[in-house]
Design a protein around this ligand. Structure first.
Ligand SMILES: [Zn+2]
Length: 305
């Protein structure tokens, strides 16, 4: 009996190790305006070049169409022409509660009309703030409208606070502080890695397997600065970078959980529907936590006079 159990353990462990650990990269809120490190154009060109150098042929950009003025549109076109996917992240990046479900749906299709003409466009919608509605009526009205227009919900599986790293970075640049780039990169990679491990463990508990993951990033300066480091880091950990289209072939793509908790991503929503008893977000998905961490590690220092 004991021997059998041991064998089972070994088998499960090897199955776990053999399981492809795969992840797709997605960038929200494109095209983001000039930062204090990169102009918008330089950021776009940097991302395209680094992805190409790292042999990552396809990522997805979830776009806010109100930003697609002629300069913004030209940047989206550059991504599309480089082989990347252009998808819908609404026109105004509002919350459902602000617009009401009907207004929210209009906002989605306003974006559709603007983005659809770009090469590389896919009718995938990612909810701003990953918020799919606070009431069942809103949630279901919006889901139905998306469905009727042939839209797919461009979910994520790995939520994280990359946007807050960017906010702290831009604030430090504004204050003309010295930035320890090496430490910042380490902290950024570590944060993303811990997020991936956190949601992968949740998936193992709730699904019994590691799904094809979808990482949420933003099209910001830090992403352009560290994307090559991130790809190397993930590959060194044994992970394979796949295209978003491939990630969305995972069975979880068609498992739409009947819950209102969606703002931590698809794995968390499925876990919630299955009665998962663990935490749904990790300690580092918190602004105060991250501020303290940045202070402790002295990522930014006042310029010496
Ligand atoms: Zn967004």
């Amino acid at each position: 009996m004991k021997k059998n159990r041991w064998l089972l353990f070994v088998c499960l462990l090897s199955a776990r190790m053999l399981a492809a650990q795969e992840i797709a990269l997605t960038f929200d809120d494109a095209p983001i305006a000039d930062g204090l490190y990169y102009t918008g154009v330089a950021r776009t060109e940097t991302l395209i070049a680094k992805l190409k150098n790292q042999n990552v042929p396809q990522v997805a950009f979830y776009c806010i169409s109100s930003r697609a003025d002629s300069a913004g549109r030209a940047r989206l076109r550059r991504y599309a022409e480089a082989g990347h996917i252009i998808a819908n992240h609404s026109h105004s990046h509002s919350r459902i509660q602000q617009l009401g479900a009907a207004g929210y749906v209009q906002d989605i299709f306003k974006a559709d009309a603007i983005l659809r003409e770009l090469p590389g466009f896919k009718p995938w919608f990612r909810f701003p703030f990953l918020d799919e509605g606070r009431t069942l009526a809103d949630r279901d009205d919006i889901r139905q409208a998306l469905n009727e227009r042939g839209y797919f919900i461009g979910y994520v599986t790995v939520d994280n606070y990359d946007w807050y790293f960017e906010r702290l970075f831009q604030a430090a640049l504004r204050e003309k502080m010295q930035v320890d780039h090496e430490k910042l990169e380490q902290l950024y990679l570590e944060h993303l890695w811990q997020s991936l491990v956190f949601y992968d463990q949740m998936a193992l508990a709730a699904l019994g397997r590691s799904p094809k993951h979808v990482l949420l990033l933003h099209e910001n300066d830090l992403a352009a600065l560290f994307i090559d480091g991130l790809i190397n880091f993930l590959r060194a950990k044994g992970w394979k970078i796949i295209s978003p289209a491939e990630a969305y072939t995972d069975p979880i793509a068609t498992t739409i959980p009947d819950v209102l908790l969606n703002n931590q991503g698809r794995v968390a929503a499925i876990a919630k529907a299955k009665g998962y008893a663990g935490r749904f977000s990790q300690a580092s998905e918190d602004t105060e936590y991250l501020e303290k961490l940045f202070e402790q590690q002295q990522i930014f220092q006042m310029e010496k006079r």
